[in-house]
Write a protein that binds this ligand. Structure first.
Ligand code: LP5
Ligand code: MN
Length: 239
């Protein structure tokens, strides 16, 4: 049986060696048995440019290269924390960058992939912020800054975001159902897979199916889609 894995929201950083260990375990034990691996954003806690060096970045690179050597293709859709992952890092990992809202042929089923943040349209403050940081000229300027300054700015944004999130109702940080329907119709799909909200689930909806990947913490969150169409999650912890 052929299978494809989907993961997102690992939020890897040097400060969380437990998450890195879970990732390595997943690559070694499971990913090597798949046809393809899709990473739907927020692989890293944040990304401030392909010139950053750190132990966790090296580990991820080594693991993804190993996958590629075994013939497993790896695809990456950027998240709201690592949207600055660029061609240089992707090439170093033999990973293919995909735009947000990519339709793939998943064993005969057209399936829409996205990180998920753009589906949360009720979080107006976030969407306003997102519009700004997605502007190419701002990103270009940001990447010209010294690494230490970029790190400071990213930390400031994180702090502000954490403070803001405490004031936001849980519902507004979820996807907007009508918007999901609109997008699914626009892309003519019956299945959408996304992350970001950390609410692992397989929802049967009028348009078809909305699969939400979970975040990684004490356990991983891995979606496995088999060639017969079966979808299942598994969550593993390190023994
Ligand atoms: O990530 P998560 O799930 O915790 O929260 C998100 C939204 N927050 C974010 C911010 C990220 O967490 C941090 C990103 C670091 C990026 C590093 C690179 C920077 C590059 C800049 C290039 C130009 O995405 C959060 C959502 C939540 O998901 C649920 O959907 O609510 O959104 C917010 O909280 C946004 C705030 O409401 C508004 C933030 C304004 C920040 C302005 C800071 C200005 C400081 C500038 C200092 C120079
Ligand atoms: Mn996210």
């Amino acid at each position: 049986m052929h299978k494809t894995f989907f993961i997102s929201d690992l939020h890897l950083s040097d400060g969380r060696p437990d998450l890195t260990a879970l990732f390595v375990d997943f690559i070694q034990k499971h990913a090597k048995t798949a046809d393809k691996l899709y990473i739907l954003g927020d692989l890293f806690d944040f990304w401030i440019g392909d010139d950053e060096k750190s132990p966790v970045i090296d580990i991820v690179k080594t693991q993804l290269l190993e996958l590629s050597e075994q013939g497993i293709e790896c695809y990456f859709v950027a998240g709201n924390r690592d949207f600055l992952v660029g061609k240089r890092f992707a090439q170093a990992c033999h990973m293919t960058l995909l735009p947000d809202y990519t339709v793939i042929d998943l064993y005969g089923k057209p399936t829409l992939l996205c990180h998920g943040d753009t589906l949360c349209i009720d979080d107006v403050k976030y969407q306003q912020y997102r519009k700004k940081v997605q502007q190419k000229w701002r990103q270009w300027l940001f990447l010209k800054l010294p690494l230490a300054l970029r790190l400071k700015i990213a930390q400031k944004i994180r702090q502000k975001s954490q403070a803001d999130k405490r004031q936001k109702a849980i519902e507004i940080m979820d996807v907007n159902a009508d918007f999901v329907t609109k997008i699914m119709r626009q892309f003519q799909v019956k299945t959408v897979i996304h992350g970001h909200t950390h609410r692992q689930n397989i929802h049967e909806i009028t348009e078809g199916m909305r699969i939400v990947l979970g975040d990684w913490g004490k356990t991983s969150s891995i979606l496995c889609v088999e060639s017969d169409g079966k979808c299942s999650f598994f969550n593993e912890s390190l023994s």
